[in-house]
Design a protein around this ligand. Structure first.
Ligand SMILES: NC(=O)c1ccc[n+]([C@@H]2O[C@H](COP(=O)([O-])OP(=O)(O)OC[C@H]3O[C@@H](n4cnc5c(N)ncnc54)[C@H](O)[C@@H]3O)[C@@H](O)[C@H]2O)c1
Length: 348
């Protein structure tokens, strides 16, 4: 049993979430999961109509009444500063304290990988991105704004507790999933304070996991290695902004943004799942967006809610869709968004 809030959001978020919802409903029926799906229309239209991103108390409702939230994407050209995106997505990440941004980088078919001679065995790692600190806390300010002498300060916040809990989550994952190595990535050669803390905490927490190999890469070197030999990586842990960049490169290794799923997680509490991609406004409403990232995100959410066999069933069917060329144009197929959703939900 589980209660799931669905926020389709904006642009292609609406298109792909409809397909993820279809697949969830079907797997719910097939596996008698007893999940309840509740739709919310938060997004650009709601914000433009009401002037608010989320109603007062909404996050409390999510926290107290729902087991998980499935989000499509946010972003609309009518709101260029993304005020509603901050008020919905960042607010949920911070207020629900979703400190783990878990992004699997898993190649489902070698034809989707842009690298030469790489197989599905070579691209299979997960990234633990810290999700509540770093530059994203929004600390800073302007001096003499819009003058020739302008100064902009953007601060990054790293707390020992925050760094420790994401690093521990990565080690715990490695133990649970029998991955023998955790790689931590930072820029501690230049960022001598915040990233120095990351260095010290990584090796201190790592001592609690003597059987797991500990490895460190400066982020620039790691991105080069991810392209040269992705097979080297198993579990990567990094801070917020670097993780944002690392995981977009990871998404390319698995076939593009249309393939990449993610979870914003606080273990044991209401967590939020969303495809890595944004709202791609130019593609919206045209039945051309690839719904697989959203469908894999729904599977990841089910896995998190302990519906492991249902999640596996969805993943297997997505693999079959790719193998049988039942995919959108961006992956070389000829189906529309809805047809991919129909194919997957009818073959679960
Ligand atoms: N978490 C989020 O909701 C999120 C994440 C990233 C960007 N955004 C927002 O989305 C809007 C558009 O941003 P953007 O263009 O930089 O990023 P985007 O991810 O929306 O799109 C970038 C490009 O990737 C491709 N793409 C993305 N998803 C696809 C899919 N499912 N199928 C096929 N192709 C796909 C398209 O070619 C698209 O032009 C902006 O408002 C941005 O702020 C939101």
């Amino acid at each position: 049993m589980a209660k799931i809030a669905i926020i389709a959001g904006d642009g292609i978020g609406i298109d792909v979430t409809a397909e993820a919802r279809k697949v969830l409903q079907e797997i719910n029926r097939l596996e008698s999961l007893q999940i309840e799906l509740v739709d919310f229309d938060f997004g650009a239209d709601y914000f433009l109509k009401t002037g608010i991103a989320l109603p007062e108390g909404q996050i409390e409702i999510f926290r107290n009444e729902f087991d998980a939230i499935l989000l499509g994407a946010l972003g609309d050209p009518r709101i260029p500063d993304m005020a509603h995106g901050r008020g919905i997505l960042l607010a949920m990440r911070f207020e629900l304290d979703l400190f783990v941004n878990l992004r699997p980088v898993k190649l489902l078919h070698e034809k989707l990988c842009p690298l030469k001679n790489k197989t599905i065995r070579d691209v299979d790692f997960v990234v633990f991105r810290e999700n509540t600190e770093g530059e994203y806390v929004g600390a800073g300010g302007f001096l003499k704004k819009n003058t020739a002498d302008e100064i902009a300060v953007q601060e990054a916040v790293h707390t020992r507790k925050g760094v420790e809990r994401i690093i521990r989550a990565a080690f715990e994952y490695a133990v649970e999933h029998k991955r023998p190595k955790v790689t931590m990535s930072d820029k501690s050669n230049v960022l001598r304070y915040g990233h120095d803390l990351w260095q010290r905490v990584f090796y201190a927490v790592g001592e609690e996991y003597p059987k797991i190999e500990k490895e460190h890469f400066y982020v620039d070197a790691m991105l080069m290695e991810m392209i040269r030999r992705p097979e080297h990586f198993q579990v990567i842990v990094t801070e917020n902004m670097l993780g944002d960049i690392v995981t977009d490169v990871g998404a390319m290794l698995q076939g593009g943004l249309g393939m990449a799923a993610s979870g914003n997680i606080h273990p044991g509490q209401t967590s939020l799942f969303e495809p890595v991609h944004g709202s791609a406004p130019a593609m919206a409403g045209k039945n051309i967006a690839n719904p697989i990232a959203a469908i894999l995100t729904a599977a990841m959410m089910l896995q998190h809610l302990n519906f492991a066999s249902a999640a596996q069933r969805i993943e297997n069917t997505v693999e079959a869709a790719i193998l049988n060329h039942q995919v959108t144009q961006e992956l070389g197929g000829s189906l529309g968004t809805r047809e991919v959703g129909d194919y997957i939900s009818s073959r679960l």
